[in-house]
Design a protein around this ligand. Structure first.
Ligand SMILES: Cc1cc2nc3c(=O)[nH]c(=O)nc-3n(C[C@H](O)[C@H](O)[C@H](O)COP(=O)(O)OP(=O)(O)OC[C@H]3O[C@@H](n4cnc5c(N)ncnc54)[C@H](O)[C@@H]3O)c2cc1C
Length: 385
C-alpha cells in the first residue's frame, strides 16, 4: 500500500482547511490537504459579506475573534500578493442597513451609535457611519425601492469565497502543500502519530487538522466525540444586470435575514435561505428559491428584469451556539478542530486557520480561545464528549 509521511494532515479543502494549511507551509512544514470536494460544500456558495460592524445576529462572545479576523484580512491579502496571488477579490465597498418600516427607522440612530461604538473599540471595516434618507440609499444602490431610511457604513467589505480559497490553495501548493482528492478516513491517533487513509494511500503525520465543514462530526466520532455541528442549507441566487456596472454598489442588509451584494462587473447576489432541517440534501427547492427572489424583489424591485445567472447551494457548518469550534481535542493534543463557522466562515476563515496553524507551531494564540473549545459542549447543551 502506498504511504506518505508529512508534518500535518488537513482534512477538508474548503476555505478553513486551506487557511490552516497555508501558514504551516509558509513555516516550512510538509502538509497534505485531503479533500472530498463534496457538492454543496459551503465555500463555493458563500455570499461574501465581511461587515461584522453591521451584524445584529452575532453572539457577543464572537467579537474578539471577529475583530482579530478583520484585522488579519489585509495581512493575508499582502502575504498572498507576495506569494504571487494578486487576485484575492477582497475589497471595501461599504454597506447599507436599510429600514423597511417606521418602527425600524426609529431604531436607526441607536444602531448607528452601536456601529460607531464597535468601530471606536477596535472593530475594523466599519468606516464612516452616516444616516441616509430613501433617496440617498437609492443613489448608492439604484435598484432599491423606497425605504424608510438607511445607515451607510463605508468600510464594509466583500470577498468571493471561491476566488480567495483558490488563491490560498495555489499559493500553498506552490510552496509544497500536497492536495489529495478523496475521502479521508481516520485510522488511528497515537501520542505523536496520526494515520489517515485515502483510498489505497496511507498518510502519516505528527498533527491533524479537521476542517471538514458540515461533515466534521462524522470524522471525529472515531475519537469518541459527539460534535454538535450540523448542516444548514443555503440557497443563493446570482443575478446579472446586463445594462449596469454593479461592481461599486454597497452590500444591502437589514432586520430581515436576507441580503444583497454585488460583484464586478454586473452581478447582484441575493441570499439566502437558512434551512436548519435540510440535512445533507444538496438540492434547490421551489419554496427556497421563491423566498429568496420574493425578498430580493420586495427590497429592490429594480432587479425584476435581471437575468438569473445561476443558483448556488451550500451547507453551512452550523454550531448550536453560533460560535466556531477551534483548538485541540481533549485527550488528543495533536488533533485540532477548525470548523463550525456557520454563516461567518468567509469573515473568520483566514484568521481561524492561522490561529489553528499557530497552535500546531507552538505559538500562544493572539486571542482567548476558551469560548471556542469543543469541551464547552459538555454541560449546558448536554452533549457528551
Ligand atoms: C448561502 C451561503 C451564504 C454564506 N454567506 C457568507 C457570508 O456572506 N459571509 C461569511 O462570512 N460566510 C458566509 N457563509 C458561510 C461560509 O461560506 C462558511 O462558513 C465557510 O465557507 C465554511 O468553510 P469550511 O472550509 O469550514 O467548509 P466547506 O467549504 O464546506 O469545506 C469542507 C470541505 O471538507 C471536505 N470533507 C468533508 N469530509 C471529508 C472527508 N471525510 N474527507 C475529505 N474531505 C472531506 C468537503 O468535501 C469540503 O470540501 C455562507 C454560506 C452559505 C452556504
Amino acid at each position: 500500500m502506498p504511504s506518505l509521511q508529512v508534518d500535518t494532515i488537513v482534512i477538508g479543502g474548503g476555505l478553513l482547511g486551506w487557511s490552516a494549511a497555508y501558514p504551516l507551509v509558509r513555516a516550512g512544514q510538509h502538509v497534505a490537504v485531503i479533500d472530498r470536494a463534496d457538492e454543496g460544500h459551503a465555500t463555493q456558495a458563500g455570499a461574501g459579506i465581511i461587515a461584522p460592524g453591521m451584524n445584529i445576529h452575532d453572539p457577543d462572545a464572537i467579537y474578539p475573534l471577529l475583530e482579530a479576523a478583520i484585522d488579519y484580512y489585509p495581512t493575508i491579502v499582502e502575504l498572498l500578493t507576495e506569494d504571487g496571488e494578486s487576485n484575492t477579490s477582497y475589497e471595501s465597498v461599504g454597506a447599507l442597513f436599510i429600514a423597511r418600516s417606521d418602527d425600524e427607522a426609529a431604531t436607526l440612530p441607536r444602531l448607528a451609535e452601536q456601529m460607531i461604538a464597535r468601530r471606536d473599540s477596535g472593530l475594523g471595516n466599519v468606516g464612516e457611519v452616516t444616516l441616509l434618507d430613501s433617496e440617498g440609499a437609492q443613489e448608492l444602490f439604484p435598484p432599491l425601492g423606497a425605504t424608510f431610511g438607511a445607515i451607510h457604513a463605508s468600510g464594509a467589505s466583500r470577498v468571493n469565497g471561491r476566488v480567495l480559497r483558490e488563491s490560498i490553495r495555489s499559493a500553498s501548493q506552490r510552496q509544497g502543500a500536497q492536495l489529495i482528492i478523496g475521502e479521508a478516513e481516520l485510522r488511528s491517533v497515537g501520542e505523536s502519530t496520526v494515520e489517515v487513509r485515502v483510498g489505497s494511500t496511507q498518510v502519516y503525520a505528527d498533527s491533524l487538522v479537521i476542517a471538514a465543514g458540515a461533515w466534521s462530526a462524522e470524522l471525529v466520532k472515531r475519537l469518541g466525540i459527539t460534535l454538535p455541528i450540523f448542516p444548514q442549507r443555503g440557497q443563493i441566487v446570482h443575478l446579472d444586470m446586463p445594462d449596469a456596472y454593479t461592481g461599486d454598489w454597497p452590500i444591502v442588509l437589514g432586520y430581515w435575514t436576507q441580503y444583497l451584494l454585488t460583484f464586478r462587473p454586473n452581478r447582484v447576489v441575493a441570499g439566502a435561505t437558512r434551512e436548519s432541517e435540510s440535512g445533507y440534501e444538496v438540492r434547490l427547492t421551489a419554496a427556497g428559491v421563491k423566498s429568496v427572489l420574493d425578498e430580493a424583489l420586495a427590497v429592490a424591485p429594480g432587479l425584476a428584469d435581471a437575468t438569473i445567472a445561476e443558483i448556488r447551494i451550500g451547507l453551512r457548518p452550523y454550531s448550536p451556539d453560533r460560535l466556531p469550534v477551534l483548538g485541540s481535542v481533549p485527550g488528543y493534543d495533536n488533533v485540532f478542530l477548525c470548523t463550525g463557522h456557520g454563516p461567518s466562515g468567509l469573515q473568520l476563515g483566514p484568521f481561524s486557520g492561522r490561529l489553528v496553524a499557530g497552535l500546531i507551531l507552538g505559538e500562544t494564540p493572539a486571542i482567548d480561545i476558551e469560548p471556542f473549545l469543543v469541551d464547552r459542549f459538555t454541560g449546558e447543551l448536554g452533549v457528551g464528549i
